[in-house]
Write a protein that binds this ligand. Structure first.
Ligand SMILES: NC(=O)c1ccc[n+]([C@@H]2O[C@H](COP(=O)([O-])OP(=O)(O)OC[C@H]3O[C@@H](n4cnc5c(N)ncnc54)[C@H](O)[C@@H]3O)[C@@H](O)[C@H]2O)c1
Length: 441
């Protein structure tokens, strides 16, 4: 695809920024990508993709001549009027969103009062920010004589692991704006994707994003609690979720019980919404429970292991998968971080393997053995825990696994394994919310 599409700037070339940049380049725009991380920009210029995201390397390579990389925001300002902001908004210690990178971008833009209407720029906020941030930024802009700069909230809903596909096939595009040229320009940019556009005010657009993530996280914590009750009552949460999900008011998605949600978005956005409510004087009771259930869910693995093994002291425990979900190298808030630390604190020897996230994990996890493959991780293991459901773990030969393990326990933290196949190999299978299946041999 090509043509005379509007050039854009993208500030921040992480998961969201790089996918957004590659996606709009694919749709025909020249894209000026800016990042303060000079090393990242150098790698991008050299044709290297700093993150793992299926299809992204191919999309960047195919549109290389339309993608321009720089550490200087002036390059984007010179060539593009729409500046998509995709910098990180990580949690602070209080759970509020840290908006310092967003405000650094606002600061970096010079006053534009002397520019004509046609030369003016707009900030298009892709980063997830609390409702009210757009209004605050507009006040700051006005205070600094930058009122010529328009502001659009265009929250991002892509999922790591399928981000390129999600960019090209969004469920909806949300555009919150003041009804000026910038909102129209953003809607035009997305037009080739033929997505449903929700055109609204800025605060509502900001809230759509936080509310969506908080709702999805609530669904996960809900089914995890159902799973825990299933374990006490003999019900199988997979059957229960299937029966529930066929009600189209409920739906099948996000009803997979497991060892808790992680990643860069759900934990942070649930906390940010809780804090946003608290800062406005409203106690968002439900979200406290969502967060607490999620934390406890990660730790239930330890009590299950203790039930099977008696003590963890000196036991070899293999963790299969480290990333917070398959098809990504993102380790932010991954359950493996809590698990590896808890297991070591209880005296276990931890062997870990992830096909993609190892490099990232090495910065975050200490004291464990990083195995060269799944079979190396499970060698002499007293118990194996499936943490991330990468395809290569689903298709393991369980007879081979059994012959290498010292013990027999397989904890399926994602309910992703074929439990009959595991048990048929003489192993003891336990999932989440579906009881134990012992050796069928
Ligand atoms: N990752 C996701 O799945 C996802 C999905 C939807 C929304 N979001 C939101 O999008 C935003 C970005 O998330 P991400 O995962 O892409 O983050 P990321 O950490 O992968 O990338 C952020 C990038 O911004 C750069 N940066 C920081 N300050 C900068 C500055 N002042 N100028 C230029 N570049 C700067 C960093 O160097 C980094 O490369 C966050 O608000 C996040 O909540 C993320």
């Amino acid at each position: 695809m090509s043509g005379d599409r509007l050039p854009i700037g993208v500030i921040g070339t992480g998961y969201v920024g790089l996918v957004t940049a590659a996606g709009f380049a694919h749709l025909g725009s020249d894209v000026y990508c800016i990042d303060i991380d000079a090393d990242k920009i150098a790698r991008l210029e050299a044709g290297e993709i700093p993150i793992y995201e299926p299809g992204l390397a191919e999309m960047v390579a195919a549109n290389r001549e339309r993608l321009h990389f720089s550490t200087d925001i002036a390059d984007a300002l010179e060539h593009a009027r729409l500046l998509f902001v995709a910098v990180g908004t990580p949690p602070t210690y209080s759970g509020d969103a840290d908006l310092s990178a967003v405000y650094a971008v606002v600061e970096a833009i010079p006053a534009l009062a002397t520019r004509s209407e046609q030369q003016r720029h707009a900030l298009v906020m892709k980063s997830t920010v609390p409702a009210g941030t757009g209004a605050s930024i507009k006040r700051v802009l006005a205070g600094e004589g930058k009122q010529g700069l328009s502001y659009v909230s265009c929250p991002e809903f892509l999922k790591e692991g399928s981000a390129v596909k999600d960019f090209l096939n969004p469920d909806r595009v949300v555009v919150g704006d003041d009804g000026d040229w910038a909102g129209d320009a953003v809607v035009d940019l997305y037009a080739p994707l033929q997505a449903t556009v929700v055109r609204t005010d800025i605060a509502s657009a900001e809230m759509v994003k936080l509310a969506s993530n908080a709702f999805l996280a609530t669904k996960i914590s809900f089914i995890n609690e159902i799973a825990n009750v299933c374990e006490e009552t003999g019900a199988d949460v997979i059957e229960v979720a299937r029966g529930m999900g066929l009600d189209d008011r409920i739906g099948q998605k996000f009803l997979q019980a497991g060892i808790g949600f992680g990643g860069s978005c759900f934990p942070k956005d649930v906390n940010a919404l809780k804090q946003l409510a608290g800062n406005s004087g409203y106690h968002f009771q439900l979200l406290n429970a969502v967060i607490e259930v999620n934390e406890l869910q990660k730790r239930r693995v330890i009590s299950k292991l203790l039930k099977h093994l008696g003590s963890l002291v000196g036991k070899n425990i293999a963790l299969l998968g480290l990333a917070f979900k398959p098809n990504t190298d993102d380790m932010r808030e991954a359950s493996s971080l809590v698990l590896s630390a808890r297991l070591q604190a209880d005296g276990a020897k931890v062997r870990v393997y992830d096909p993609i996230a190892e490099e990232e994990a090495r910065h975050l996890i200490r004291g464990v053995y990083f195995a060269t493959g799944a079979l190396d991780a499970i060698q002499d293991a007293d118990a194996v825990v499936l943490v991330t459901e990468w395809e290569e773990f689903i298709t393991l030969d369980w007879d081979d696994v059994a012959s290498r393990m010292a013990g027999t326990v397989v904890l399926d933290g994602r309910n992703a394994l074929d439990r009959e196949a595991v048990a048929a190999a003489g192993l003891t299978y336990e999932g989440i919310g579906r009881g134990t299946l012992t050796s069928l041999t």
